[in-house]
Design a protein around this ligand. Structure first.
Ligand code: FES
Length: 126
């Protein structure tokens, strides 16, 4: 493993440097989708942007950034608000392979980001 500029290479590329704040934290994505990133240092918990999911028409090949912190004013997508409101939390970037209508999570507690999995029906977080 080498500490190359901009991030580490190792563990199959799963270990990388966090971007917010830069240079200090490292992220590990061993137990979730490759796009889902978790910092090893504490980051602020997400806030619910809505109590229910957002219906969205996704376009094949278009790049999207789902807001993971809940602070964006452009829900369910990122507007960069995490940089000040939730350092250490990054949006989940994804590109659908086909046009489709989906429900994107608004409560920010889904276990299948960015898609709603019904967790919002379970009530508030402890
Ligand atoms: S809106 Fe978050 S799980 Fe449904």
């Amino acid at each position: 493993m080498s500490a190359a500029a901009g991030g580490w290479r190792g563990l199959g590329g799963y270990l990388r440097r966090c971007r917010d704040p830069p240079g200090v934290l490292y992220i590990l994505s061993l137990f979730s989708a490759p796009q889902m990133r978790r910092c090893s240092a504490p980051s602020p918990p997400p806030v619910a942007a809505a109590a229910e999911p957002f219906p969205v028409e996704l376009k094949a090949g278009k790049k999207y950034a789902w807001c993971a912190c809940g602070h964006s004013k452009s829900q369910p997508f990122c507007d960069g608000a995490h940089r000040k409101a939730a350092p250490g939390v990054s949006p989940l970037r994804f590109t659908p392979e086909e046009d489709k209508r989906v429900w994107l999570c608004g409560c920010k507690r889904t276990r299948t980001p960015p898609y709603c999995d019904g967790t919002h029906k379970e009530g508030t977080q402890p």
